[in-house]
Ligand binder design. Structure first.
Ligand SMILES: [Zn+2]
Length: 418
């Protein structure tokens, strides 16, 4: 059997594994959130606030979709013309065209090109979130954050590029196998490492101060049977007025993080309700599910890339001999960008199902749908989210059920509907 046939066979096996794992780990049943309740909830929100949230999102759209469109065009130009290969050669030239220099610097160069052309759109978005009072950052702090995220991306990217092209260099026929294992391993590693090493680059985390709130959160976690070592507070207020909480990390790195804005903006009962949602993620192992799906999906992507890379027409367009050479980085990024756009709605769909289950967990754990609904109203108000976004936008990008869906789920739960 040829390496190509093995790759095709492995791809099929991984796709079956992915489908089976998704089938058993994703909560396909969605707790009821009747449309009638959604409309009733929407009707009770102050009209002025709903209008302002919608205005805010229309103001953001040109920046968001502009960046998406231009980013895609640049990726396609760099990938489907010899421009990407030329950029990689340019980056490697001071080093005599050495393959390591081409791989790492060329890769960062091509990625940076995409970042730079979308920068004006990011700046535009920043002016909008400042104008609507969501962001509290001036241009200085905004630029520092941007540079930090580029630096983090460059470090992770350099490791990934060096690893990937070392494999393609030394195993030109079988790199897909080692690459799939390596890329999946990197996803798992990042899942452990990001919360510990990367999140502190952007925020300071301090254990929540002793007091009635902390006690009730620890008591809640105990009652839920979820081992939580600590509840941390992030100093999000130095960047945003938005409120949020999340759970990240696996095993020993798992932590529940509450924004400091949440503690000042919401009532203690509402904070309990949000943390109950986060405990749902911990209890159902949602971070693990996301990591496994991410690792399998990444392995599938590497092998699909290898198989697509034997398509002579694509290679000719990019002016390269093989998808495994550093000069083909542009082509690879173009394929990844298109695949990412196509996979986005599916990822959002899975995420919404998982989020709806965590909401249900919060309702069961606290037994307090009224506070849950109040908390959703608060989240929507403070974060200026569109409580009932347009269907097309919801389908392509919403990672959570909408505010009115979440309020309706609380109402249905209160009536005993499951
Ligand atoms: Zn959640």
């Amino acid at each position: 059997m040829t390496p190509r046939a093995w790759a095709a066979g492995t791809l099929v096996v991984l796709l079956v594994l992915l489908a089976v794992y998704a089938a058993v780990s994703i909560p396909w049943h969605r707790p009821p959130a009747p449309r009638a309740d959604q409309l009733a909830a929407l009707g009770r929100l102050p009209g002025e606030q709903v209008a302002r949230a919608r205005e805010f999102h229309s103001a953001l759209r040109p920046g968001s979709y502009g960046a998406m469109g231009i980013g895609l065009i640049v990726a396609l130009v760099l990938g489907l013309t010899p421009a990407g290969a030329w950029l990689v050669e340019l980056a490697g030239r001071p080093f005599g065209g050495n393959w390591v220099a081409r791989a790492v610097l060329g890769g960062l160069f091509v990625t940076l090109a995409g970042e730079v052309v979308t920068l004006p759109f990011a700046a535009w978005r920043h002016t909008v979130v400042v104008r609507y009072g969501i962001s509290t950052q001036g241009w200085g702090a905004w630029s520092v954050d941007l540079l930090k995220s580029w630096a983090v991306g460059a470090v992770i990217g350099a490791v990934a590029l060096l690893g990937f092209y070392t494999i393609t260099h030394f195993a030109p026929r079988w790199w897909w196998a080692f690459g799939a294992v390596g890329a999946a391993g990197l996803v798992v590693l990042l899942s452990f490492v990001l919360p510990v090493l990367v999140e502190p680059v952007f925020n300071k985390f301090t254990p929540m101060a002793d007091g009635p709130l902390r006690s009730s959160l620890i008591e809640l976690a105990d009652r839920d049977g979820v081992p939580v070592r600590d509840v941390l507070v992030a100093d999000a207020s130095r960047r945003t007025k938005a409120v949020n909480a999340y759970v990240s990390g696996l095993g020993p790195t798992r932590r529940i993080v509450v924004y400091d804005t949440m503690i000042t903006e919401a009532t203690p009962d509402e904070v309990v309700s949000v943390v109950a949602h986060e405990l749902g993620h911990a209890k159902d192992g949602d971070v693990l599910v996301g990591t496994v799906l991410g690792a399998l999906g990444t392995a599938v992507a590497v092998i699909a890339l290898y198989l697509l890379g034997s398509w002579a027409g694509l290679l000719r367009l990019a002016g390269v001999d093989s998808i495994g050479e550093p000069r083909a980085i542009g082509l690879m990024l173009a394929i990844v960008s298109v695949a990412g756009l196509l996979a986005g709605p599916a990822q959002a769909f899975l995420s919404r199902r998982i989020e709806a289950r965590a909401d249900e967990h919060a309702l069961v754990l606290t037994g307090d749908p009224a506070t849950f609904e109040a908390m959703q109203r608060r989240l929507g108000t403070v974060n200026l989210s569109d409580p009932d976004p347009p269907t097309w936008e919801y389908l392509i990008s919403a990672s959570h059920p909408s505010t009115v869906e979440r309020m309706a789920a609380a109402r249905a739960y209160a009536r005993g509907e499951r």
